[in-house]
Design a protein around this ligand. Structure first.
Ligand code: ZN
Ligand code: ZN
Length: 654
C-alpha cells in the first residue's frame, strides 16, 4: 500500500479476504490487536481519492445495525453504490472526474413561487425557522399543497445559505419511484441553480454512483429518493422531509427490515435538525406522538387551489344496486356523465390480473398454486395462470384437470376484467389500465401517467399505483371497487391501511377548481357494508376522529403504538421444523416484562414449497425489548436447526 496515504476512519479500503480481495470500510484505528501478528494482513489499497464517510453516517449505520439486530457490515456496505465497491478504482475515478465537470450551476430563471395560503405560509416558516431537533407532523388534507410547503421551506433554508456563505443539504423522501419524476421536475424548475440528486432502485449503477457521490461530496443540495435514500451520505444535511410518511413502502420487507421513517427521525435527532413527516392520513404512531406533544403538529385543513374542495364521498349499497361486470348502475351513470363532459374518471381496485381464481363448477376444482397456500391468478391477456407469491406460471387449462369439464369459470375480478367490462359499456371511451402487469417495461409507468396528464385517457383503472400522490387536474370522479375485504382482515393494521388508501385515492378527485358547467367532484364506493363506521369516517373526511377511535382500540387491546413488538420468523421444508425451532426459541430464557406468544404458522403458510411460522414478542418498554433481543439473538444462534430464521423489529405485517 502507498505509504504516504494515511488511513482515516470512514475511508474505503481494499483488503484481502480469504483468497479474494474485497472493499471494506475503516471503522476504527488501533495500534495493537488481540490477533497474533502473523495472522494480520496488510490492506491492499486505500480509496483516498474519496472523502471519508462521516462519523455521523457511521453512527447512523451503527444505530440501524444495533436496533434491527443485524451485523454492521450488512447495513453499511449495501448502502453504498455497487460501483463504489468495485475492486478496481476505475469507476470511482471516472465518476469523480465526471462530477467535477458537471457541477457548474446554470442560471435559468427559477419557476415562480406560488403564493401560499396563510396555513401553508405558517407551516413553511415554522419548518425553516426550527432550530435544533424538531420533529414536525404536517397533517394536510389531500390537495392542500404540502409539496409547496416543502419547497418553500427548502427555498428559505437554501437562501439563508447564500447570506451566511453556508452549505446546506435537504433530503426529501417519497414512497414510490413513480412519484419521483413529478416531484423532481417541480424541484428542478424551482431551483435551477441547485444540483439535485435522485436515489432510488430504478437507477442504473452508473447513475446511482454519480448521484450518490454528488450527495456525499456536498454538491447536491437537494437529494430526492425512496426509502434507501435515508442512508445516503450527506455531510451538510439540514432538513429531512418524509412525504406520505404513513406509506407502508417506507418499511423494507426483506434483509435489513428497517423503517426509513424511523431512521430519518433518528438521523434528525442525532444531527439536531428538523424532520417533517407529511401526510393526509398519518401513521397512528406519528399521530400518537403529535397528540402527546413529542411531535409538533402543523395543520393544512383546506385545499390549496382556490375553489377546489374535497370531493363528496358517497356509498353505493351493492345489495340494492346489483353490479353488472362489477359496476353498479350508479357508478356507470357517473362515468357516462364524465365522458359526456370530457372529464376524467378513475376506478380503483387493488387486485391485478383478470380474476383471482379459476374454478370448475362441476367438481369444485380451483386453481391452487402447487407450491403456495394461495390461488393461481388468471391473467387473460397473457393467457396465463400466475401465482403472485412464487411467480409460478402455467398456461390456462382448456379443461378441468380433475373432471375434464371444459367450462371453467373465473371467480371474482381484477383490474383486467374490469377493463374488459368498461370496454363493453363504453366502446368509444379511451380506457387505460395501470398496474404492475401493464407497466413491466422500464419507463412504461411514467409514459402511462404522462398520457393521463395530457388528457389522452377518459377512464383510468388501476391498483394502488394510481392512488398515491398524482395530481390529475381533470379528474372529477373516483370509483372504488370491492374494498370490503380489508374490513374483516385478521391484521389489526388493515383498517388503518384501508382508511389511508381510501382517503388517498379519494384525494385524486377535484384537485383543480370546478369548471363552469363541469362536474362537482365525487367519490363513489361500492360496498356491501354501507353502515360500517370506517366508511362513515371516510365520508366525513374525518381522519382525526377515526385515528382517535383507532388509538383507543389499540390502547385497550395492548397493541402498537402502546407496546413494542418483534417478530421471529422461521421457514423450512416441513412446517414442524419451523415450529420446533420457534418452540425452543420461546423457552430459552426467563424474560421478565417480555411477553412471548405461541409459535403459529403464518396465515399464508407455504410459499414456493417452504413452510413458514412466526413467534411474536411484545413488551411495554422499547429499551427493555431491545435489551432482551440482544441476549435472545445470541441464544438463538446456538440452537441447532434446519430452519432458516430472521428477526424483525417493529414488524408491520403480522
Ligand atoms: Zn372439474
Ligand atoms: Zn405459488
Amino acid at each position: 500500500m502507498d505509504s504516504d496515504v494515511v488511513p482515516v476512519i470512514g475511508l474505503l479500503v481494499l483488503v484481502p479476504f480469504g483468497r479474494r480481495e474485497v472493499i471494506g470500510l475503516i471503522i476504527g484505528i488501533s495500534d495493537s490487536s488481540d490477533f497474533p501478528e502473523e495472522k494480520l494482513k496488510n490492506a491492499v489499497a486505500l480509496r483516498a481519492q474519496l472523502a471519508p464517510l462521516s462519523d455521523h453516517w457511521l453512527a447512523l449505520c451503527a444505530f440501524a445495525a444495533d436496533y434491527y439486530q443485524r451485523p454492521f457490515g450488512e447495513v453499511a456496505l449495501p448502502g453504498l453504490p455497487k460501483n463504489l465497491r468495485a475492486l478496481k478504482p476505475g469507476p470511482l475515478d471516472r465518476a469523480l472526474k465526471k462530477i467535477a465537470r458537471g457541477v457548474a450551476p446554470h442560471d435559468a430563471t427559477p419557476a415562480a413561487m406560488p403564493v401560499l395560503n396563510p396555513a401553508q405560509q405558517e407551516a413553511a416558516d415554522a419548518i425553516a425557522e426550527s432550530a435544533g431537533f424538531a420533529p414536525i407532523l404536517l397533517h394536510g388534507v389531500t390537495g392542500s399543497g404540502k409539496t409547496e410547503v416543502y419547497l418553500q421551506a427548502a427555498h428559505k433554508i437554501l437562501a439563508q445559505d447564500e447570506r451566511q456563505q453556508n452549505l446546506s443539504q435537504i433530503l426529501i423522501l417519497v414512497p414510490e419511484i413513480n412519484l419521483t419524476p413529478q416531484l423532481e421536475n417541480n424541484v428542478r424548475a424551482r431551483f435551477p441553480g441547485v444540483m439535485v440528486a435522485t436515489l432510488h432502485s430504478g437507477l442504473a449503477e452508473g447513475e446511482r454512483m454519480f448521484h450518490w457521490l454528488a450527495a456525499h461530496l456536498g454538491h447536491a443540495r437537494i437529494v430526492l429518493g425512496t426509502r434507501l435514500a435515508v442512508l445516503a451520505s450527506m455531510p451538510h444535511l439540514k432538513l429531512i422531509i418524509i412525504d406520505e410518511e404513513h406509506d407502508p413502502s417506507y418499511k423494507q420487507q426483506e434483509g435489513l427490515r428497517y423503517s426509513a421513517r424511523d431512521l430519518a427521525v433518528w438521523r434528525a435527532r442525532q444531527l439536531g435538525i428538523p424532520v417533517v413527516l407529511g401526510s393526509a392520513t398519518p401513521a397512528l404512531e406519528s399521530w400518537h406522538h403529535s397528540q402527546s406533544g413529542r411531535y409538533r403538529k402543523l395543520e393544512l385543513r383546506q385545499r390549496a387551489v382556490r375553489d377546489a374542495v374535497l370531493p363528496t364521498v358517497r356509498l353505493i349499497d351493492m345489495e340494492r344496486d346489483k353490479p353488472a361486470e362489477g359496476l353498479t348502475s350508479t357508478l356507470l351513470a357517473a362515468l357516462r356523465l364524465r365522458l359526456e363532459r370530457g372529464e376524467q374518471s378513475l376506478l380503483f381496485l387493488n387486485r391485478r390480473g383478470y380474476a383471482p381464481v379459476l374454478n370448475c363448477d362441476a367438481c369444485g376444482w380451483v386453481s391452487n398454486c402447487t407450491r403456495c397456500t394461495s390461488f393461481m391468478v388468471l391473467h387473460k391477456p397473457e393467457h396465463r395462470l400466475r401465482c403472485h407469491h412464487c411467480s409460478l406460471e402455467l398456461r390456462i387449462p382448456k379443461y378441468c384437470p380433475t373432471c375434464g369439464n371444459i367450462d371453467l369459470q373465473p371467480m371474482g375480478r381484477g383490474t383486467q376484467r374490469v377493463e374488459e367490462g368498461l370496454q363493453q359499456f363504453f366502446p368509444q371511451a379511451r380506457i387505460l389500465r395501470i398496474d404492475a402487469d401493464s407497466t413491466r417495461r422500464k419507463g412504461s409507468a411514467q409514459a402511462a401517467f404522462d398520457s393521463v396528464h395530457r388528457g389522452e385517457v377518459d377512464i383510468l383503472i388501476g391498483t394502488q399505483m394510481v392512488a398515491k400522490g398524482h395530481d390529475f387536474k381533470n379528474l372529477t370522479v373516483v370509483g372504488v371497487l370491492n374494498p370490503d375485504t380489508a374490513l374483516f382482515s385478521h391484521d389489526y393494521r388493515a383498517s388503518e391501511r384501508l382508511f389511508a388508501q381510501l382517503m388517498q385515492v379519494a384525494g385524486r378527485a377535484g384537485r383543480a377548481a370546478q369548471r363552469e358547467g363541469g362536474s362537482a367532484s365525487e367519490v363513489l364506493i361500492q360496498t356491501r357494508y354501507p353502515q360500517h363506521p370506517l366508511y362513515g369516517a371516510v365520508m366525513a373526511h374525518d381522519y382525526d376522529r377515526f385515528a382517535g377511535e383507532l388509538l383507543e382500540e389499540r390502547r385497550h387491546a395492548g397493541l402498537p403504538p402502546f407496546i413494542y413488538q418483534a417478530l421471529l420468523r422461521a421457514e423450512a421444508r416441513e412446517l414442524q421444523t419451523a415450529l420446533d425451532f420457534l418452540q425452543l426459541a420461546s423457552e430459552c430464557l426467563p424474560h421478565p416484562g417480555i411477553t412471548i406468544n405461541d409459535p403459529i404458522p403464518m396465515t399464508m403458510t407455504r410459499v414456493a414449497n417452504v413452510d413458514r411460522a412466526q413467534l411474536l414478542v411484545e413488551c411495554a418498554s422499547r429499551p427493555a425489548l431491545q435489551a432482551f433481543l440482544k441476549i435472545w439473538i445470541a441464544t438463538l444462534r446456538q440452537i441447532k436447526t434446519r430452519a432458516r430464521w430472521s428477526l424483525e423489529v417493529d414488524p408491520v405485517d403480522i
